[in-house]
Design a protein around this ligand. Structure first.
Ligand code: ZN
Length: 339
């Protein structure tokens, strides 16, 4: 971790201030050390450059949740260039200008590819939080950026102060045991007038996944060893890729598009490389927990936090992206840019 992270942290148990002890440094990073809570004396280690606030090995719920994500992120340990456009689509209407100069929190950062993009867009600081061992990859993928920070923590017990102007979670909340709880936990760390984005699987239009893919995932594929599932998922990936290249890509610009099965989404991913298609197939087969959430339900999350100006939009007719501000007299994004 970098020294500049310390003022943003707080003890997840009592909210107290933390005292940093660095035992090994590499350039700007504290690679090994500890963070001790001044009021309650709880001790949190820093290992491999990452502060560790979760006790994943000894907490069954955390272990299961981490297992939902961890293995795949270690397999797909790289940041690819086409991910930025995909990310923009997931967090629209948020733009680089909105993020610039702000404190940003990411709930479920995986290997850190979005953390990296936000840091590149000029955030004052971005903290990527993940419960799983993916933090190892996320740290490697972002350590060169002075404004990017990675911590290992439970989204329900964030070791953070209330300092953030913007929080987002992309493709993560629907894999939590309590998606809405994860959302409200992120909101607790927003400044008044702060904003939050959430991108989640939709229930609408996904009946075929819920009826056919989900039972297979729950009873079989999520229980397979990661390497086996990774290899096995090549088979459906090859079939899907052929359909995308031979049918969806050529017809996506024609009037026949709307006659195709699941056309908005499949036309969208038709331009992705094979490796990314494999990633998507693998993702749908690997997670032990996946919720498919209705538009109204996501709207309720925003209503519950008394969000103002919130908007919920379809993404490829199969998922929802939500964006909204917390109530405050002035919106932080506009205030900081003098509008
Ligand atoms: Zn404490």
């Amino acid at each position: 971790m970098k020294d500049t992270l310390l003022p943003l942290l707080a003890c997840p148990a009592c909210g107290g201030e933390l005292a940093l002890t660095a035992t090994h440094r590499e350039a700007a990073e504290i690679m090994t050390g500890s963070l001790q809570c001044k009021p309650c004396r709880a001790d949190y280690p820093i290992r491999h450059g990452v502060p560790r606030f979760a006790d994943v090995a000894n907490d069954e719920r955390q272990r299961e949740t981490a297992a939902n994500f961890g293995a795949q992120w270690l397999v797909f340990d790289e940041v690819q260039s086409h991910h930025e456009q995909q990310f923009r689509d997931w967090i629209a209407p948020v733009t680089p200008e909105f993020v610039e100069g702000n404190f940003v929190l990411e709930g479920g950062c995986g290997k850190g590819r979005h953390t990296r993009v936000i840091a590149d867009w000029g955030a004052q600081a971005v903290i990527g939080v993940d419960l799983s061992d993916a933090v190892e990859a996320a740290f490697r993928n972002t350590r060169d950026l002075p404004n990017a920070h990675i911590i290992q923590a439970d989204i329900y017990r964030l070791p953070l102060r209330q300092e953030f102007d913007y929080a987002f979670s992309v493709g993560v909340l629907h894999h939590l045991p309590n998606p809405r709880g994860g959302f409200t936990s992120l909101v607790k760390h927003l400044n008044p007038g702060g904003a939050i984005s959430a991108w989640i699987y939709g229930r609408e239009n996904n009946e075929w996944i819920i009826n056919f893919v989900d039972p297979l995932r729950k009873t079989l594929t999520s229980k397979l060893p990661t390497r086996w599932l990774y290899a096995l998922s090549y088979l459906p990936t090859i079939v899907l890729s052929l359909a995308l290249k031979l049918i969806y890509a050529p017809l996506s610009q024609t009037s026949l598009k709307k006659r195709l099965f699941y056309s908005n989404y499949l036309c969208y991913i038709a331009r992705f490389p094979f490796r990314e298609i494999h990633n998507i197939v693998h993702d749908h087969l690997t997670a032990p927990v996946a919720y498919y959430i209705r538009r109204e339900e996501l709207a309720d999350w925003y209503k519950e936090i008394e969000s103002v100006d919130y908007e919920i939009a379809w993404h490829n007719q199969n998922s929802w992206r939500g964006f909204g501000f917390l109530a405050a007299s002035i919106k932080s994004g506009e205030a900081k840019h003098g509008n």
